[in-house]
Design a protein around this ligand. Sequence first.
Ligand code: ADP
Ligand code: MG
Length: 518
Amino acid sequence: MKRTFYTFVRMIRTGWVLARHDALVPSEYTKSVPAVARVLGSLSRIFTLRNLSVNPGERLALALEKLGPAYIKFGQILSTRGDMLDPVFVEGLSRLKDKVPPFSMKAAEDIILKEWGVKWQDKLSTFSQPIAAASIAQVHKATLQNGEVVAIKILRPNIHKRMRNDMDVLHMVAAIAENLIPSSKRLGPKKFVETADRAVMLELDLRLEAAAASELSEPAKETRLFNVPEIHWNYGSKNILVTEWIEGTSVSDKKILEKGKFNQKEIAKKVMQSFLACSFDYGVFHADMHEGNMIIDAKEQLWLVDFGILGRLAPAEQRFHAEILYGFLMRDYTRIAEVHFEAGYVPTHHSIEDFASALRSVGEPIFGQTAENVAMTKVLLQLFEITEIFDMQMQPQLIMLQKTMMQTEGVCRRLDPEFDMWEISRPVVEKSMKRELGPQGRINDLLRGLSKARRTLEILPGATEDIAALAKAWSNGEIDLSKNKASTNKRPSNASWKIIAMLSSTVVVVMSGIWMVG
Ligand SMILES: Nc1ncnc2c1ncn2[C@@H]1O[C@H](COP(=O)(O)OP(=O)(O)O)[C@@H](O)[C@H]1O
Ligand SMILES: [Mg+2]
């Protein structure tokens, strides 16, 4: 009760800050909201600050920055929902920066003492002032006793409690919105806040970030397109992450763009190909691909840091996305449409031909144009529009993939204004398609089929025994089939379900076999 009361008070404060930025019911939207919200909006504008941005997304971003870490994270997640937000909001919110003053050295030292049980001087020979600070954590440069230079990321003090409090407010707002504005249900605010809540809470455990880094180090080593800093596991905890220090220039540093110093085209290519290879070949990708999370070393090697958000694609999703990109590259719109229908993403009452024709309207204008004129981002935003017309249910992981692809393309185009997404992605996508649809793909499918078959074989010996028992029981007249069900006093029901399980698994295996051969 007390907690609900505090949450309510915090919600009033949130409302106040939003009203000050004309972001509660932005003036641009008064016509499209119910009467109650319109009146509320007009009243709130009495308190609005002057000289605010004309873009409502930027006004919201400013208000969220004022409100603190949870709201900043929430806004960043919201900015990825191009499928449900007006493009002006996507644009405004995507500029949301979490530039926050660092917390004190004393607080950082206290956290280290609490986590390591000893003072930093006992394990480190140097420990710098914070070199970067954001809403959730800050990073220090340090040297271990053995001379190795490391980066130490430390979560903000009390961040868990602050996040919980702010998230409670967002849950309350979402619940109120769903109850008072029935039309908001379509966007699913409650579910959205739940998803954002989970994503934020995951970022609040640096052990998970360490695990994510280690997971991405496999594609890094195999593709040699990018690198991941080594993790020093024995220094890590929920609140501390220690990694190898990467000496180099951040891609967000203006120096990267200076003529003659770096080969920007080559860097852009590496950035995009790393992202595509991870997502299509390994089904796992870095989902926060902005310039600040990329470092270029003296050998012009690309390093990725900050693994707080990891995207994952199941094999079917990997293939789905690779086929879409490949379809666009080959201008095979019917195939792209079929892929959507096969995956069950478009309800069957729509026609494949209509969908293919809508896709053609997105794809065709691209060809024959120079890369500078056609951003993948635009194509994806148009795709989102189509998906709405065709009642397509977007899967969260695919939305995340598309958002990250847009973000990555943005980085590449800033590095190389002539960046041609299609040309750069072609080798990776073709390789992935060859693997999926060629002999290797068949082998993978076969292996997936075999693992199902193995499970079937595991239950088979037991089932054979049971079949024998069942046959015996039947011949002894212990089974009465006349009542349309097998009933016996000797373990028959157990045997029956095993037979059914065996038969259905066999059907699955045979069906997969037919599908693979076909
Ligand atoms: N291993 C590292 N080596 C060198 N610099 C690093 C390393 N890790 C992080 N940094 C620097 O610290 C900044 C913040 O780290 P990051 O992990 O991105 O934290 P945040 O989640 O707060 O963005 C990075 O943008 C980068 O400049
Ligand atoms: Mg970062």
